[in-house]
Design a protein. Structure first.
Length: 109
């Protein structure tokens, strides 16, 4: 269940960050409320995750997957470009998350 909690935290953080962009500097109230709610849900479920998954591993996965997903949202929704170095960096982040989950003994299973 702890991995489900972590995935909920990641998705909520991506929703919150996307709404933060859409809030246009906190000038639009609905996206602002979505931002606050998204981050509240994200931190709540991250806290639940930290009961069983080591903090460093949970945060590495949370931030790594979140970076990749928010970059994808930026590209698809906000039409932000991703050049070759950005794609390479995102690939390295994905590789890091795979290594942590596939080979680290620190991962709570």
């Amino acid at each position: 269940m702890h991995w489900v909690h972590l995935m909920i935290a990641i998705v909520a953080e991506v929703v919150g960050t996307s709404a933060l962009k859409a809030s246009d500097g906190f000038s639009r109230p609905v996206p602002l409320l979505i931002t606050v709610a998204g981050y509240a849900v994200a931190f709540f479920f991250l806290a639940l995750t930290l009961r069983t998954i080591p903090m460093g591993v949970a945060y590495a996965v949370w931030s790594g997957v979140g970076i990749v997903l928010i970059s994808l949202v930026g590209w698809l929704v906000f039409r932000q470009s991703l050049d070759a170095p950005a794609l390479l960096g995102l690939g390295l982040i994905v590789a890091g998350v795979v290594v942590i989950n596939g080979f680290s003994n620190a991962v709570g299973r």
